[in-house]
Write a protein that binds this ligand. Structure first.
Ligand code: PLP
Length: 416
C-alpha cells in the first residue's frame, strides 16, 4: 500500500482500514470470501489497461496476444473444472452473466419461471425493480410451507400452466441441495431452457462437495467471488449447442471490453479450485455451516428447513422476539458481520425481516472448524438476545474480546 498511501492518502487509508475491518470481525456474509494473494495480484495488474473486445483470436483491437493467452487459460480451466462443453469468462458480475443468459434465449415479453425473491431467489430472477422483472413476464415458484424447501409440484404446475421460455433454478438464500433432475424433467416436459444460477454454491461444485448442475442444465451462470473464492465477477458454462448464442449475448449484446485483469484472476482461481486443498476446503465449508446452523438452533434461532447442506443457513428469529434488522445491528456492534434476511412467509417487510443469513466461506478460509462454529453460534445468540446494538454495551464488549482471541488463532490475511 505504501505508494498509494503516499500519492493518495484519502483512498490509501480506506484500503488499509478495510483490510483492518476484514481482519478484526467475524465475517459471516454468505456471499463473501477472502480471495488469495495470487488472485489479488492478477486483479491489480496492468492487464487492466488492455482493451480486448471480442474473443481470443478474434479481437477488435491489436496487441491482444498476451490477454488471449490469459483468457484461453481461464476458458480451458473452467471447462475442465466443471466438465463443461463451453465457458464464457467475460461477464463483469453475476447480474451481467444473467443478463447475457436472458439475451441468449429470450426476447422482451417472454415468460420465465424462477424462484421468488422472498423465498430465496435473486433480484435478477424477474423481481419487479430489476430489468428482468421489467422486460419479462416473470412467474415465480416458492417453497413448501411445511418443508420450507422448493415446492417442486408447484414448479411443475406453473410450468404447465405458463409454458415459460426459461425455467430458472438457484438463488441467494437456499440452504438445501436443488433437485436438478426434477427441474430438467419439468423443463423437458414443457420445452423450456433449463438454466441454473449457481452463483452461491458453484464453489461447492468446483470442490466436488455437492452434485453439479452442469450435466443437467442447458446453461449455468455463476459469480466467481463467493464460495469459489475468486475475483469479483461472473462466468457462464453451457452445452456446446448454446455456445455461440451465449458468446454473442455477452459480447456485443450486453457488454463491451472485458476486464482482462479479472479474466486472468478467474484463471488463477480456477486452477486453485482444481486442487485437493480446495476440495478439502469445500467439504469443511459445509461441515462448518451445518455446525453453526445447529448451534444457533439450540439457542432458539431456528434454521429454516432444519439445517443446511451448503455453505449458508437462514434463521428465523421470531422465537427469540428480535427482528432481522435489530439482530444485524446488534451483531455488527459486537464484531460479527452478517445480514438480515427475509424468511419464507415473512410477516415483516424485507428491510426489517424476521431472519438472518449466515455463511461459512470466510471463516473456513481462515482455518476455523466446527468447534469455532459452535463458539460463534453462542456469541451470535448472546449478541442477538443480550445486547442493544451499541458498541458500548458490556456484553458487546465481552463478545468482541472473545472474537479477538478467536481471530488471533485464526487470522484473515495473516502477515507473512
Ligand atoms: N445470482 C445470485 C443467485 C446471486 O446470489 C447474486 C449475488 O448475490 C447474483 C446473481 C448477482 O451477482 P453480482 O452481485 O455479482 O451481480
Amino acid at each position: 500500500f505504501a505508494a498509494l498511501l503516499e500519492q493518495d492518502p484519502a483512498i490509501g487509508e480506506i484500503l488499509v482500514s478495510e483490510l483492518d475491518r476484514q481482519r478484526t470481525g467475524i465475517q459471516l456474509i454468505a456471499s463473501e470470501n477472502q480471495t488469495s494473494p495470487a488472485v489479488l495480484t492478477a486483479l491489480g495488474s496492468t492487464l487492466s489497461n488492455k482493451y480486448a473486445e471480442g474473443y481470443p483470436g478474434a479481437r477488435y483491437y491489436g496487441g491482444c496476444a498476451e490477454v488471449d493467452k490469459a483468457e484461453n487459460l481461464a476458458i480451458e480451466r473452467a471447462k475442465e473444472l466443471f466438465g463443461a462443453d463451453h465457458a464464457n469468462v467475460q461477464p463483469h458480475s453475476g447480474a451481467s452473466a444473467n443478463q447475457a443468459v436472458y439475451g441468449a434465449f429470450t426476447k422482451p415479453g417472454d415468460t420465465i419461471l424462477a424462484m421468488s425473491l422472498d423465498h430465496g431467489g435473486h433480484l435478477t430472477h424477474g423481481f419487479k425493480v430489476s430489468f428482468s422483472g421489467k422486460w419479462f413476464n416473470a412467474v415465480h415458484y416458492g417453497v413448501n410451507k411445511d418443508t420450507e424447501d422448493i415446492d417442486y409440484d408447484q414448479v411443475e404446475a406453473l410450468a404447465k400452466e405458463h409454458r415459460p421460455k426459461i425455467i430458472l433454478a438457484g438463488g441467494s438464500a437456499i440452504p438445501r441441495l436443488i433437485d436438478f433432475e426434477r427441474f430438467r424433467a419439468i423443463a423437458d416436459e414443457v420445452g423450456a431452457i433449463f438454466w441454473v444460477d449457481a452463483a452461491h454454491f458453484i464453489g461447492l461444485v468446483a470442490g466436488q462437495a455437492i452434485p453439479s448442475p452442469v450435466p443437467h442444465a442447458d446453461v449455468v451462470s455463476f459469480t466467481t467471488h463467493k464460495v469459489l473464492r475468486g475475483p469479483r465477477g461472473g462466468a457462464i458454462v453451457c452445452k456446446a449447442e448454446h455456445a455461440s448464442k451465449i458468446d454473442r449475448a455477452v459480447f456485443p449484446m450486453m457488454q463491451g471490453g472485458p476486464l482482462m485483469h479479472a479474466v486472468a484472476a478467474k484463471a488463477v482461481n480456477f486452477a486453485e479450485c482444481a486442487t485437493q486443498e480446495y476440495r478439502d476446503y469445500a467439504a469443511r465449508v459445509i461441515a462448518n455451516a451445518a455446525a453453526l446452523a445447529d448451534r444457533l438452533g439450540t439457542h432458539g434461532i431456528r434454521p429454516i428447513t432444519g439445517g443446511t447442506d451448503t455453505h449458508l443457513s437462514l434463521h428465523d428469529l421470531q422465537g427469540v422476539g428480535v427482528t432481522g434488522i435489530d439482530a444485524e445491528k446488534r451483531c455488527d456492534a459486537a464484531g460479527i458481520v452478517l445480514n438480515k434476511n427475509a424468511i419464507p412467509f415473512d410477516p415483516e417487510k424485507p428491510n426489517v425481516a424476521s431472519g438472518i443469513r449466515v455463511g461459512s466461506p470466510s471463516v473456513t478460509t481462515q482455518g476455523m472448524g466446527t468447534e469455532q462454529m459452535e463458539q460463534i453460534g453462542d456469541l451470535i445468540a448472546r449478541a442477538v438476545t443480550e445486547t442493544d446494538g451499541t458498541p458500548e454495551h458490556p456484553v458487546a464488549r465481552e463478545i468482541r474480546d472473545s472474537i479477538g482471541e478467536l481471530l488471533t488463532a485464526f487470522p484473515a490475511y495473516p502477515a507473512p
